[in-house]
Design a protein around this ligand. Structure first.
Ligand SMILES: C[S@@+](CC[C@H](N)C(=O)[O-])C[C@H]1O[C@@H](n2cnc3c(N)ncnc32)[C@H](O)[C@@H]1O
Length: 279
C-alpha cells in the first residue's frame, strides 16, 4: 500500500497506512487526558517520529543516540506523545529527557507534581527523566557522551530563546536525528526559524504539520538541489499558509522587490521619483 499524507492540515509528511488508526486507538486517549494545546495531528507526528527513531543512523564513527530531549514540557501533553512513541519503538532503549523549570510565577506551586502524575498515569515513569531547569542552564551540564536522536523545542517562545534552543542544542543532535518546533504562528518562533532554521544547510527533509509544527532532519552531506527546492517550498507554504506554488511565487516576488526598501510602498516611491528625475 502507498504511504499516506494528510490533506490540508499537513504539508509534506507521509506515514505508513494504518499508523494513524493505531495511534488513535492506543495513544491519543492517554495524550488527550493531559491539558495542553498540542493538536491531534501534531501529537501523531511526535508519536510516530519517536516510534520510528533509530539510534545508529551512520557507521560506527558516532556514539548511538538513545536520548530524546523535550524543551518545555508544561503538564506533559507532548511528553506523553513522545514517550508512548518511544515505548513502542522496536529498537528499545530510548529515554525521554523533559526539560522545564516547572514553575510559573502565576501558579503558586509550580507544576512538577502534576507533570509526574501525568507521566505515571500514561505508564511512562521508566523512560522519562525530568530536568527541572532552564534550557540555558541544562545545556552547560549536558554530557557529550549523550547525543540526541530527537530534539523537540517548545519552551520559551521569545525570539532569543528559540534561537538559543536551536543553536545551543543542535550540536548534540546526531546526523539523521530530528529537530522539531511548535507554534510557528508566534512571531518569536517565526523569526528564529526564518533566520536560523531555514538557511541552515544541515537541516533538510522539512516537514510542516498543521502549518504550525515545523520539523527537519539533521544531515551531514551538502543538500541536493531537490532537497533545497523542497525546503524553499515548505518555507513558503508556511509563510503564505497555503501549498499553492502561485501564491508562493507572488509572495517571493513581493519580498524580493520590497526587501531592499523595507516595503513595497517605498519601492514604488523610489522608482517613481527616479523616473521623474530622468524625464
Ligand atoms: C508552551 S509550554 C509547553 C507545552 C508542552 N510541550 C505541552 O505539550 O503541553 C512552554 C513551557 O516552556 C517552559 N519554559 C519557559 N522558559 C523555558 C526555558 N528557558 N527553558 C525550558 N523551558 C522553559 C514553560 O515553563 C512552559 O511549561
Amino acid at each position: 500500500m502507498k504511504p499516506q499524507t494528510f490533506k490540508q492540515a499537513c504539508v509534506n509528511w507521509t506515514y505508513e497506512p494504518g499508523a494513524y488508526a493505531a495511534f488513535l486507538e492506543e495513544a491519543w486517549p492517554l495524550i488527550d487526558k493531559v491539558p495542553g494545546r498540542l493538536g491531534q495531528i501534531e501529537a501523531f507526528f511526535l508519536y510516530q517520529s519517536a516510534r520510528s527513531l533509530r539510534s545508529q543512523t551512520r557507521g560506527i564513527d558516532l556514539l548511538p543516540a538513545h536520548a530524546v530531549l523535550e524543551i518545555g514540557s508544561f503538564r506533559g501533553r507532548s511528553s506523553v506523545a513522545l514517550g508512548l512513541g518511544l515505548q513502542r519503538n522496536p529498537e528499545g532503549g530510548f529515554r525521554l529527557y523533559c526539560l522545564d523549570p516547572f514553575f510559573d510565577e502565576q501558579l503558586a506551586e509550580g507544576f512538577l507534581a502534576e507533570f509526574r502524575r501525568n507521566i505515571a498515569a500514561a505508564g511512562l515513569t521508566d523512560i522519562v527523566e525530568c530536568i527541572p531547569s532552564t534550557s540555558k542552564e541544562a545545556v552547560q551540564r549536558w554530557p557529550l557522551s549523550r547525543p540526541l536522536a530527537m530534539l523537540w523545542i517548545d519552551g520559551n517562545h521569545e525570539y532569543e530563546h528559540v534561537r538559543d534552543d536551536l543553536l545551543c542544542w543542535l550540536p548534540f543532535l546526531n546526523p539523521g536525528g530530528i529537530v522539531a518546533f511548535h507554534d510557528w504562528y508566534l512571531l518569536g518562533v517565526r523569526e528564529a526559524l526564518l533566520r536560523h532554521f531555514f538557511p541552515n544547510p544541515c537541516l533538510q527533509e522539512v516537514a510542516v504539520i498543521d502549518y504550525n509544527l515545523v520539523a527537519a532532519r539533521k544531515v551531514d552531506a551538502p543538500p541536493t538541489c531537490e532537497q533545497r527546492a523542497t525546503k524553499k517550498r515548505m518555507e513558503w507554504a508556511l509563510r503564505t499558509g497555503s501549498t499553492s506554488p502561485w501564491l508562493a511565487l507572488l509572495a517571493m516576488t513581493y519580498e524580493v522587490l520590497s526587501r531592499p526598501f523595507g516595503n513595497l510602498h517605498h519601492f514604488f516611491r523610489e522608482t517613481i521619483s527616479v523616473t521623474r528625475q530622468r524625464s
